[in-house]
Write a protein that binds this ligand. Structure first.
Ligand SMILES: Cc1ncc(COP(=O)(O)O)c(C=O)c1O
Length: 391
């Protein structure tokens, strides 16, 4: 019998060491950081409870269950045949990006990033002594995004550029890359000897009409020239377990990645985290399917609401992720005032577009992974605050 998850049910997250809810005041609805306000799947809760009852939590040994669970998910959800030997446990996705950068680039090199970009990318690259080579995504008339190919190739052909940090699907624009785009990226990277790190943490959150294609699945060449980083944390709301996995099909590259982890002594596994991931990837397909139906409803609602009530805020055709990149330029407000306006006048906390780097000004990022009633309340507050602007 298929389990049914109730995504409308609400749960008080205040005072649970919760970054999303414990950062702003009680009168603010938090619609920012990328976790969901949904309970995680019941099979995960049960597995954790059962393990906790054992009451001994000593050093774990490594069985291959974790790696096999990652392979099973990739095969069932995306048709990619991953071998367990390609998979490496990582303590999260961002650390995996750092290990890859340290393994495959040298200090002083350029790492290409499509802008605007997930804010930690702006930190980990310079903090590790590398430079960001920004490649701005192009904002089309209909609100969709495309790749600026000429600039991309120019930057990839610079001998100082040795890595492309791809975010697929893309946070914050919600772009889901097509096979043709990924093939072209891969060809250009191989041609210019640029290694690809593909952050696929949002790959389960894909809306109707679009399809996620794992970078390593597109060709043998791509597989040999990449690390694919995944984590079920976004989908199943288990980011607090601090888990992740790097998929590295090429044995030599895998060894280089592993030795960087070893140098940093960064490979210790967390028994609850590994159990949560294994359970998510083996017993929770039903949840991922039902989550997408619910999110599609939230997305459709938001589109309609904005068109009818806040036409000055534009939302393009979102293809993936539960993070909506709202174009607020129509409010004619200085960007530095926008975050404060939504926070203080609407009492809604979003992510400030400015923090996503070039291309981020004039945008706010809204997280819609919450019960519908919460989304409705947040949007109504925003509409009221915007209406009062013109009084
Ligand atoms: C694109 C992207 N990568 C990585 C992360 C963070 O992943 P982790 O917590 O596994 O480091 C996020 C979280 O929002 C994200 O959006």
């Amino acid at each position: 019998m298929t389990l049914v998850h109730d995504f409308d049910s609400t749960l008080n997250r205040k005072n649970t060491q919760c970054k999303k809810w414990d950062t702003y005041g009680d009168d603010v609805i938090p619609m920012w950081i990328a976790d969901t306000d949904f309970k995680c799947p019941e099979p995960i809760v049960k597995a954790i409870q059962k393990r906790a009852e054992h009451a001994i939590f000593g050093y774990p040994c490594i069985d291959k269950g974790y790696e096999e669970a990652v392979c099973g998910w990739q095969k069932r959800r995306f048709g990619w045949e991953v071998k367990p030997s390609w998979v490496e446990y990582t303590p999260a996705v961002v650390p995996a990006i750092v290990y890859a950068m340290r393994a495959f680039t040298n200090p002083g090199d350029n790492v290409l990033v499509q802008m605007p970009a997930y804010h930690p990318f702006h930190q980990v690259i310079p903090h590790n002594g590398r430079y960001i080579a920004p490649n701005l995504l192009l904002h089309n008339e209909d609100g969709s995004w495309s790749i600026a190919w000429e600039d991309l190739e120019n930057k990839l052909s610079d001998p100082r550029t040795t890595m492309f940090l791809l975010c697929s699907p893309h946070n914050p624009t919600g772009k889901c890359f097509t096979r043709e785009e990924l093939e072209k990226i891969s060809e250009l990277c191989i041609k210019h000897n640029v290694f690809v790190v593909s952050d696929e943490i949002h790959s389960d959150i894909i809306y109707k009409g679009f399809k996620h294609i794992p970078f390593g699945s597109i060709s043998e060449g791509a597989a040999n020239n990449c690390v694919v980083c995944v984590n079920p944390s976004k989908t199943f709301n288990i980011a607090g377990f601090r888990t992740g996995a790097a998929i590295i099909p090429n044995r030599n590259k895998h060894d280089r990645f592993y030795s960087e982890m070893e140098n940093l002594k960064a490979f210790g596994r967390n028994i609850f985290g590994t159990l949560a991931v294994q359970t998510a990837y083996t017993k929770c397909d039903y949840y991922a399917d039902q989550l997408m139906e619910y999110l599609q409803g939230n997305l459709d609602y938001t589109h309609k609401f904005l068109q009818e009530n806040i036409p000055k805020i534009k939302l393009g055709p979102i293809q993936a992720t539960y993070l909506l990149w709202l174009d607020c330029k129509g409010l004619n407000m200085e960007h530095s005032k926008m975050m404060k306006f939504f926070l203080e006048k609407a009492k809604v906390a979003m992510n400030d577009g400015y923090t996503f780097g070039p291309g981020g000004d004039g945008f706010m990022r809204l997280n819609i992974a919450c019960p519908r009633a919460q989304l409705v309340e947040a949007l109504e507050r925003m509409a009221k605050a915007v209406k009062e602007l013109s009084k």
